[in-house]
Write a protein that binds this ligand. Structure first.
Ligand code: NAP
Length: 293
């Protein structure tokens, strides 16, 4: 691996584009790949390399970072004749930062082991503003020496690295943390719907939350405008949280662990997705709750 490593970044969506931009800002040699080529153009303008395929990207890099939607997207960029694994990537390091299941991460670890590729699972906690400020919390699973090798790059994207033991520890920790976010967001949306039903201005809820030091949380302030103004432009799309909630239920169910609150949230979010709201911010569940009366 060259020092500093040549980094290939795959997935320039809401999160990936901000994270890759912070790597460029920190002076790393970054090349990018995105399925929709238009999203790579701003990086080319900054002097980054743009690859036409994930394999072409992997050939010119020591570290490949993936930040795509889900397992289907990861398979699309890793496997097949133009995927990362077709590039002869042995000895290099793959760091998946997308949120996927523990089961998928285990399979990916095995695949990397067979290909003699080092692997870290490193999903992130924090949404678009934290990605843009480089203050994400990074939940890393892997060998300590591999994490140390990429620590300068991690520091460019996040303010803290929590080492959750060997992979798939990062993914397991991410699902536990997102369970809380799913619950808190659903509670906010439901509370605002109840306020409306009781003839109260839902703004009052946010006033109480911000005045009470035990409840004054930046997440509530981030989501306040979405709920009060009905502006559901996505920072974290409902479809991605629903994917995570389903991973939680599947992993828990397979081990005999009941998650009754998460199961109810899955039902609520599925209804919104079926109504065509999957691409909107996850707070969009408030719209259906308040229409239901
Ligand atoms: P996003 O804006 O929807 O971006 C998704 C990325 O995946 C895009 O680059 C997209 O490429 C790519 N992609 C999707 N399907 C693909 C396929 N079949 N083949 C190749 N590329 C494909 O998502 P995001 O919000 O950045 O989230 C990315 C990951 O981070 C997800 O796993 C999400 O759960 C997780 N996450 C998100 C947040 C958040 O607040 N947004 C926070 C923490 C973690 P195109 O541009 O070509 O569509």
């Amino acid at each position: 691996m060259s020092v500093p490593p040549r980094i290939g970044f795959i997935g320039l969506g809401i999160m990936g584009r901000a994270m890759a931009a912070n790597l460029v800002k920190a002076g790393f040699n970054v090349s990018v790949y995105n399925r929709d080529r238009a999203k790579a153009a701003p990086f080319e303008e900054k002097g980054c390399g743009r690859a036409s395929t994930p394999a072409e990207l992997a050939k010119r890099c020591d570290v490949v970072i993936t930040m795509v939607s889900d397992p289907t997207a990861l398979d699309a960029v890793l496997e097949g004749p133009t995927g990362v694994f077709s590039a002869g990537f042995a000895g290099c390091l793959l760091m998946n930062m997308s949120t996927v299941s523990v089961e998928y991460t285990r399979r990916l670890m095995k695949r990397c082991f067979e290909e003699r590729v080092k692997f870290i699972d490193c999903p992130v906690s924090g949404s678009r503003p934290l990605a843009e400020n480089g203050t994400l919390v990074l939940l890393a699973g892997g060998e300590a020496e591999d994490i140390e090798a990429v620590r300068p790059a991690l520091s460019a994207m996040g303010k803290a690295v929590i080492h959750a033991g060997p992979a798939p520890g990062g993914t397991a920790l991410k699902l536990c943390v997102n369970l809380i976010i799913a619950g808190v967001t659903s509670a906010l949306a439901e509370s605002a719907a109840l306020a409306g039903t009781l003839g109260l201005d839902p703004r009052l809820i946010f006033s109480v939350l911000s005045e009470n030091p035990a409840l004054n949380c930046a997440y509530f302030r981030m989501k306040e405008r979405n709920i009060l103004e009905g502006d559901f432009a996505p920072a974290f799309a409902l479809k991605h949280m629903l994917k995570d909630v389903r991973f939680m239920l599947k992993e828990a169910g397979g081990r005999g662990q009941a998650l009754p609150v998460t199961a109810a949230i899955e039902k609520l979010m599925s209804e919104s997705e079926r109504a065509g709201d999957g691409e909107m911010d996850l707070t969009v569940i408030h719209r259906r709750l308040s229409r239901r009366g």
